[in-house]
Design a protein around this ligand. Sequence first.
Ligand SMILES: Nc1nc2c(ncn2[C@@H]2O[C@H](COP(=O)(O)OP(=O)(O)OP(=O)(O)O)[C@@H](O)[C@H]2O)c(=O)[nH]1
Ligand SMILES: [Mg+2]
Length: 420
Amino acid sequence: MFIDTAVITARAGKGGDGSVSFRREKYVPAGGPDGGDGGRGGHIYLRADNQLTTLSDYRYKAKYLAPDGGRGGSKQCTGRGGEDLVLRVPLGTLVYDDESGRLLADLSDSEPFLLCKGGRGGWGNKRFAGAQRQAPQFAKAGLEGEALRVRLEVKMIADVGLIGFPNAGKSTLLSAISAARPKIADYPFTTLAPHLGVVTVDDDTGFLCADIPGLIEGAASGAGLGHEFLRHIERCRLLLHIVDAASTEGRDPCADIDTIDAELAAHSIELAGREQLVVANKRDAVSDETVFERLREHVKPREIFAISAATREGVGDLVKACAEKLSKLPPVRVFEPDPVPLGPAVSEAVTDIMKEDGVWVVTGDWLIRLMRDVNFSDVESLAYFEQRLKANGVYDQLEALGVAEGDTVSLYGLEFEYVR
Ligand SMILES: Nc1nc2c(ncn2[C@@H]2O[C@H](COP(=O)(O)OP(=O)(O)OP(=O)(O)O)[C@@H](O)[C@H]2O)c(=O)[nH]1
Ligand SMILES: [Mg+2]
């Protein structure tokens, strides 16, 4: 079944906990701390694969978990990393954060996209050893992996999109110009899902063409098969507007053109303004040739091509004209992800501070998120970290609670001495 949207939840692996351990060796009277770090939790990636056409797998299984990192060991052994999970999706899949609606990525190439970062492994006690504290009895817990609910939506990648009423001959045209074999029949809505065909123009030119279900009056408000599948031609650089010039079903071709134009505009003004060529099809069945002149006048300034998809008359010229147009049009659209909102606003950054056994313990969701991204061995990251602590009022809050110079402040296992 062709499924082009799905909502999935993904949770990356938790980092393994750091280990508390001390060297016990022969002839070494007091072994130092040697607890290793926990391993990183597995990441979750999304990756576009052009062999896939549907998201149906994600309708059956909607939850994905990457494995956790292993615990650190003694002898400074780092825990094993959780294996990364790569979820394959069709080329052209858009990834939205389901909660905020923000576009996270447009997977229109095979570059993997890091959806959920695995939690960092906690530091082992070895890391906390120093002149002041030679035998730390603690280690840091691994951090949680990121979790996200995302909406996946496929927007096919094609250069040319075919639009028109049911039975206008869209599928017949696609099968005349490519190796695609969509179903063709003389009843409306034969095509129920989009099809893609590769059109070869000459040795080094070709284009991708998408055939979608037919539109009827009211499609944008749900009539017929609705207009949902129009998103599959939203990236198209050129639209071929196919009309039955032989009035096989008794309708006037000029009125048909207007109806489809109106439905396109109701779906998206941008799509309605996309470059279009009008294709007057079923020429072989036309009895009154003046229809082409009427259409030409009616659709101006769009160009019109009279063809018969069934007998292939005029099809070669149409393909050439498409290639010619495409050579002058910008490339297929890739959607830019929405900007990442800046770190948590000061007002929503809730910080809890408690004094436990003489240590000031600072907690807060924003702090977990922040610490996940900071590389503590890098000076610039550390400076940024400090600045965020200040901006979120951690120092002010500590002062208000009566912190004293030299007190120990603990942030999820990261400890430092308070200095004014
Ligand atoms: N005489 C004639 N008949 C044609 C031509 N092109 C298509 N047809 C016929 O028109 C009918 C509909 O063709 P399709 O290609 O299935 O039309 P469609 O636009 O894909 O229709 P939907 O998938 O229902 O939207 C079929 O019976 C075709 O054989 C043509 O050039 N001449
Ligand atoms: Mg069809």
